[in-house]
Write a protein that binds this ligand. Structure first.
Ligand code: MOS
Length: 710
């Protein structure tokens, strides 16, 4: 049998639209998500969350609940096994102790898991969880973030806390044009379609877990450490994931399911309700940002300061590093950035799509628009004049820097040159019309990964990698990457992902997934192709080649690696109703080689739509009295719907190639949201002449602010 690649070789599938390889399974319901998989003897766990925002659990009245129909167990701090939480995990960070549930009687925030009721059916578990009486010793809480908090401190998180060079005050004083403004963004939630769910069971000392996560290696590693197990004794699977956006790491459901399965000796599934997700699975911190820009008469920056204050919990220091984007985007002789946090009695925030860059670009790119207004320089021209040659903080060369190319292509397609720079002068009936733009960037990293590619005896190829497709199209991209490296048609390649038994691989996070996994898959597939003899026979088990990119990634030259973009928005504003409509939107991106234009466009447009949502709709409001959210559900938390999104929305890309990069594939999960809210806000200014420096730009705020013809 001929098993070697066909000659002539199949053309690369890159750049041709390819529907998702699992698309049919998903639309027919054949694809099983974490909560769909049947188990014999499955029991169901439901969390009980704290109703106070700070204090101590005095007692849990479990006896009446244990007598309810179907109830098997109630787990809480008084009877749960002790876990390890003082380790540094594979992501280089300590675990968020929010996940290590039932270890003490402290209540650090409203909606903290205080118990898990396990029952025969989900309905019984829910009824019993509702019935559990918990007595608290309540303490005064503090959940209010404000710019003048004396207890705020500069903090690192996953980026440095403070960077500074030059004499900021002197350069500002010598500047012809100065912007000094405060920008705020509210608490925002991931709101992915599929709630967090985990099913665990024990077989002897082995833990098996099926969940919905952004990295099976990551989850398996954390559970191994928490439960003090041998790495070979833990298997985590996550085949289909209905969205993650940063929230689907190790969360209370996996840990509680593993505890409960040990307790009842059966498989246990823990599913969060939508309301529970608003306090158990992380969120984006609100931010208070200040941007100071000083420029010469020609618009060239002399001074740039960007500071960002966010909140974190009392149990985990997560930093929303919004000032980080200035470290990539713009240089100045005096340059200062600071990320600081304040600890409040609130749930722990976490990574959420473009952590730092999303809120940070709103502040910085709006400030740039204000500088354009004050200096009389076109907003695009102002950015082109301030496009740095090297990393403003690192001093390193850029592997690619294609901001200018994105703006030029975008200006041409969007019709920017015809724009009247004056605000408040375009009208369409009752609507004021404006256009705005903003720049985008996102770090292009890679995480060490392993992959295995098998040439099967029947002439097909099987790829196995612990990758995660959280809805991005990663499974399809990996199929195409393997086909490209094997020189075979994509239909001869099948890709299995989402199983920690496939060996360690990076996460679907930080826009690193497809770059990291694609690198490992291409390496294994390329080596396999070289091993295959044209016309040769294969053993029945096929031939398997494994790869590990650890060394290749370590050998990368030190450079600034990012994807880039330029966002354009046109809005219509009715200042008598306060309504803002986005009429059209265009994003132009430079993000390496685009593997699959169909899913790439999905990713980028999806990010831009989230930018519309961030600009106009999303806002979780915390009640100072209870410490909990008002309306913590999808009725109270407004996410852009289909009717909020213009039909005329598109993402395109320009060439972005680094001759020294071994893969030239970049993640595109996050760059699409960066700058999107700023482009909308800048367009609202252009329409009305009024700056909105606090998100979201709600109708009541537009009404109050008015406009030229209100
Ligand atoms: Mo993303 S916030 O790195 O999943």
């Amino acid at each position: 049998m001929t098993v070697a690649p066909q000659r002539p070789v199949a053309p690369s599938p890159f750049g041709t639209a390819h529907t998702r390889v699992e698309g049919r399974d998903k639309v027919t319901g054949a694809a099983r998500y974490g909560g769909d998989i049947p188990f014999v003897g499955l029991a169901h766990g439901m969390f009980v969350l704290s109703t106070v925002a700070r204090g101590r659990i005095v007692s849990l009245d479990t006896a009446p609940v244990l007598a309810m129909p179907g109830v098997l167990a109630v787990l809480h701090h008084g009877n749960a096994p002790r876990l390890t939480s003082d380790y540094v995990g594979m992501m280089g960070v300590r675990p968020d102790p929010t996940a290590v549930v039932f270890q003490h009687d402290r209540v650090p925030h409203a909606g903290w898991p205080v118990a898990l009721v396990v029952a025969e059916t989900p309905e019984q578990a829910r009824a019993a969880a509702d019935a559990l009486a918990v007595t608290y010793e309540e303490e005064p809480h503090d959940v209010t973030l404000s710019a003048d908090r004396p207890d705020a401190y500069a903090a690192e998180g996953h980026m440095p806390g403070v960077t500074e060079k030059g004499d900021l005050e002197a350069e500002l004083a010598a500047s012809a044009h100065v912007v000094d403004e405060e920008y705020t963004t509210p608490e925002e939630h991931h709101a992915m379609m599929e709630p967090h769910v985990a099913t665990a069971w024990w077989d002897g000392g082995r833990l098996d877990l099926v969940d919905s996560d952004q990295g099976v290696t990551w989850v398996a590693d954390e559970l191994t450490r928490m439960f003090s197990l041998d790495p070979s004794a833990v298997r985590v699977r996550s085949e289909h994931v209905g969205g993650g956006f940063g929230s689907k790491g190790v969360r209370p459901p996996q840990v509680a399911a593993a505890m409960a399965a040990a307790e009842v000796g059966r498989p246990v599934r823990v599913t969060l309700t939508r309301r529970q997700m608003f306090s158990v699975t992380g969120y984006r911190s609100p931010t208070v940002q200040r941007v100071r820009l000083g420029a010469g008469p020609d618009g060239r920056l002399r001074a740039l300061e960007h500071t960002s204050l966010s909140q974190t919990s009392t149990v985990f220091e997560f930093v929303e590093p919004s000032a980080g984007v200035a470290r990539t985007m713009y240089d100045a002789p005096a340059h200062r950035t600071e990320n600081s946090v304040v600890r409040l009695d609130v749930p722990s925030p976490t990574w959420m799509r473009a952590p730092g860059e999303a809120p940070g670009s709103f502040a910085l790119e709006c400030a740039f628009d204000e500088l354009a207004e004050r200096s009389g320089i076109d907003p695009i021209e102002l950015r082109l004049r301030n496009d740095p040659k090297t990393g403003p903080v690192s001093g390193l060369p850029f592997a690619t820097r294609n901001v200018a190319a994105c703006f030029r292509e975008g200006a041409r397609r969007f019709g920017w040159d015809a724009r009247d720079p004056r605000p408040g002068v375009r009208r369409d009936g009752r609507w004021l019309i404006g256009t705005g733009t903003a720049a985008a960037s996102f770090f292009a990293g890679a995480l060490p990964s392993t992959a295995a590619v098998t040439a099967e005896a029947d002439g097909t190829f099987t790829v196995r990698i612990s990758a995660s497709d959280i809805g991005t199209g990663a499974r399809t991209a990996l199929t195409l990457i393997a086909a490209d490296a094997l020189h075979v048609p994509a239909k001869r390649v099948r890709v299995h992902i989402g199983d920690s038994d496939f060996g360690p691989a990076g996460i679907a996070g930080g826009s690193m997934g497809t770059r990291s996994w694609g690198w490992a898959v291409a390496a294994a597939a390329g080596e396999l192709r070289e091993r295959l003899v044209p016309g040769g026979e294969l053993p029945p088990e096929g031939i398997t080649v494994r790869s590990d990119t650890t060394q290749a990634i370590a050998a990368l030259a030190a450079k600034e690696r990012h994807s880039w973009g330029a966002q354009f928005a046109e809005v219509a504003v009715d200042v008598t109703t306060g309504e803002v409509r986005v009429r059209r939107m265009l994003g132009v991106f430079a993000a390496g080689r685009i593997v699959n234009p169909l899913t790439a466009r999905n990713q980028l447009v999806g990010g831009m739509i989230w930018g519309i949502s961030m600009a106009l709709h999303e806002e979780a409001v915390r009640d100072a009295a209870s410490g909990a959210l008002y309306g913590g559900d999808l009725a109270g938390y407004h996410v852009a719907t289909h009717a909020d999104v213009p039909a005329d929305i598109d993402a395109v890309w320009v060439d972005d190639h680094d001759p020294e990069d071994p893969v030239n594939i970049k993640g595109i999960g996050e760059v699409g949201i960066v700058g999107a809210a700023a482009a909308v806000a800048n367009a609202v200014w252009h329409a009305t002449g009024v700056r909105h420096r606090g998100l979201p730009i709600r109708p009541d705020r537009v009404l109050r602010a008015g406009g030229p013809h209100a």
